[in-house]
Design a protein around this ligand. Sequence first.
Ligand code: GDP
Ligand code: GDP
Length: 437
Amino acid sequence: MARPVVAIVGRPNVGKSTIFNRIIGDRLAIVEDKPGITRDRIYGVGEWNGKAFSVIDTGGIDLDNNDEIMQSVRAQAELAVQEADVIIFMVDVKSGITHADSEVAQMLFRSRKPVVLAVNKVDNDERMTDIYEFYSLGFGEPIALSGSHGIGIGDLLDAATELLPEDHSEEYADDVIRVALIGRPNVGKSSLVNAILGEERVIVSDVAGTTRDAIDTPFEHEGQRYVLIDTAGMRKRGKVYETTEKYSVLRAMKAIERADVVLVLINGEEGIIEQDKHIAGYAHEAGKASIFVVNKWDTVEKDDRTMQEFTNAVRDQFLFMTYAPVVYLSALTKSRLHKLLPVINYVSDQHAMRIQTHLLNDVVSDAVAITPPPSDKGKRLRINYVTQVATKPPTIICFVNDPQLMHFSYERYLENKIRAAFNFEGTPVRIFSRRKS
Ligand code: GDP
Ligand code: GDP
């Protein structure tokens, strides 16, 4: 399901990234202890009153290099207007209303997007009286915040979530496999889309949908329905910010969120680079099924070991995604292309697989018998039972005597045992511990 988007806009130094970190704080803590994931701090997921939303810190997006602050703030506001469902407009109580604030206010006002006005750095009661001048910006009652003290965040989120659109349910039926293609520019995303749609026995529907972020192409193959979510095609709309790298990462992330299966494209000609890891990390974090698609395989000089060596490199570089299958093909010559759809079907099934509780418990009991759980200061972790509570991705809860005793390494061990028994190929598996004795 696509999450609605909240964007934070404002001049430099008003405290946008401080508030951003407060909003996504808990989530960050959860993912940051997993090795191998680099993250981008302009985009995160927040949750408030049971509503999940994406947050963008527009200040983190470097939109031009000419140091013209006003120009850059303007571009960021423009981006927020285009991308966001709700905008948090942030100002600084210490500096009062500046010229830049007024200019941003006018842009936001004209956009007619819902805006929450947040006045930051209200660190004490005396400053509270200074917030009233901000009424004149025309966005109603300002919300007083102190990012440094963590004050007012709840009020801010109440106001922002109140304005979120009600229905953000996905427009496709449950049996449609939603496939996103991600990868750096020129890796061959558009070529692969065209190649798939040009395949024999692929029936493309007449209507291609265009969302704000992507072009969706529904098609059918051997009775299975799919939709390709292609962000590449949207690139040529010409706005300055659309060419910046972080912006295309943003696009990719939004496509990932709407997808069931993510094709992580790698350029076989050039090998794996840091940016590939970055992008793949998001698919993992978002809990999507993933396939590494090594494209441009036609350009690679091969012998009988080349593929295995490349796969080894993929495994080394993407330690956190050893579950994802690797497919080699050429979008240009269409060689090996027919291998792709069956793998997509397969990982999509694995992503949606549900294991019966008694089978899961048998596997975990055996695992515990082989390697007993860790103990700390004489107290040993006891796993009472486990159950799969969700699919897409498979999510397993371990009911234990004390969740603190569950270590990452033991969780990993259990995950490996569960995978050895049930596979879950192509999908992350989430394991959580809850107290229950
Ligand atoms: P951004 O450029 O808008 O993202 O602003 P930052 O979040 O980087 O914050 C700019 C500066 O303001 C940093 O030095 C922060 O520590 C400081 N700051 C952020 N929030 C507050 C606050 O509530 N009170 C005070 N006094 N300083 C703050
Ligand atoms: P995108 O930016 O990821 O959408 O990449 P494009 O699909 O636009 O492809 C970028 C360039 O790589 C184009 O010149 C393509 O013709 C070329 N290309 C794409 N796939 C292949 C392939 O499998 N083999 C070769 N040799 N070239 C390819």
